[in-house]
Ligand binder design. Structure first.
Ligand code: NAD
Length: 227
């Protein structure tokens, strides 16, 4: 069975109503990332950070997968598929994909602020100050902040190296180390990029599909299922 590796970013969830990150002047839902998505922000104002991610979690729970998420799940009928997502939403899983690597964590889980390996599912949308892990430290969202290690990056790089076909959807390729993953894909495999506003890409062998995810992904999946 051929292996398809798909790397997705915030753009794939845009049409599910979840705002992307860099589409609005470098702000994420009106916030500077330094205010809400760094270890310093958590030290400075944990209530604000908790509230920010509670709001993001609420939006994620209210959102539904779109045609692009569903189409990628269809690929599993014929291919060995791994999705590597930078997204903290769970729309790939709800869209039916079985094999998803979350590079930046997942917002539906909480994480110990002492040991990032201790995580728990969250009931509902709200994680409260005062809710603690088994070590007695405050629980935070299970997401990777800017300036934190990306524990899944080595596994993701290894998977990229096994790709027979590579698809990139909806990422500005501005966030590292995720953006560097494209360089682990073997040079001679077909590579596709789907984005309505294709970012600068240092590798020139991508087949460019300039379209929104829901318009670009289903036809590509249909073509790959026929091959
Ligand atoms: P980004 O916001 O930096 O870039 C989004 C990309 O998606 C852009 O290239 C844009 O042209 C494209 N795009 C916009 N609408 C699209 C559509 N309808 N279909 C396809 N593409 C579309 O996103 P990034 O590269 O993923 O980096 C953002 C970081 O912020 C990630 O690390 C992620 O953890 C976090 N984030 C996550 C979510 C989420 O989980 N849904 C949302 C916002 C930000």
């Amino acid at each position: 069975m051929k292996k398809i590796v798909v790397l997705t970013g915030a753009g794939i969830s845009a049409e599910s109503g979840l705002k992307t990150f860099r589409d609005s002047d470098g702000l994420w839902e009106g916030y500077n990332i330094e205010e809400v998505a760094t270890p310093e922000a958590w030290r400075r104002n944990p209530e604000l950070v908790q509230e920010f991610y509670n709001m993001r979690r609420k939006s994620v729970l209210e959102a539904s997968p779109n045609a692009a998420h569903y189409a990628l799940a269809e690929l599993e009928k014929k291919y060995d598929v791994t999705i590597i997502t930078q997204n903290i939403d769970d729309l790939h899983e709800r869209g039916g994909s079985d094999n998803v690597i979350h590079l930046h964590g997942i917002i539906t889980r909480s994480q110990s602020s002492k040991n990032p390996n201790i995580t728990y599912p969250i009931e509902g949308w709200e994680l409260k100050m005062g809710e603690k892990c088994e070590l007695g430290s405050q629980l935070r969202a299970h997401v990777v902040w800017f300036g934190e290690a990306v524990p899944m990056i080595e596994e993701a790089a290894r998977v990229c190296g096994q790709a027979d076909i590579f698809i990139l959807v909806g990422s500005s390729l501005a966030v590292y180390p995720a953006a560097g993953l494209i360089h682990y894909v073997p040079y001679d495999v077909p590579k596709y990029i789907i984005d309505p506003n294709i970012p600068y890409i240092s590798s020139d062998d991508f087949i460019r599909i300039e379209a929104k995810a829901t318009a670009g992904v289903p036809p590509l999946v249909a073509k790959l299922l026929k091959e």
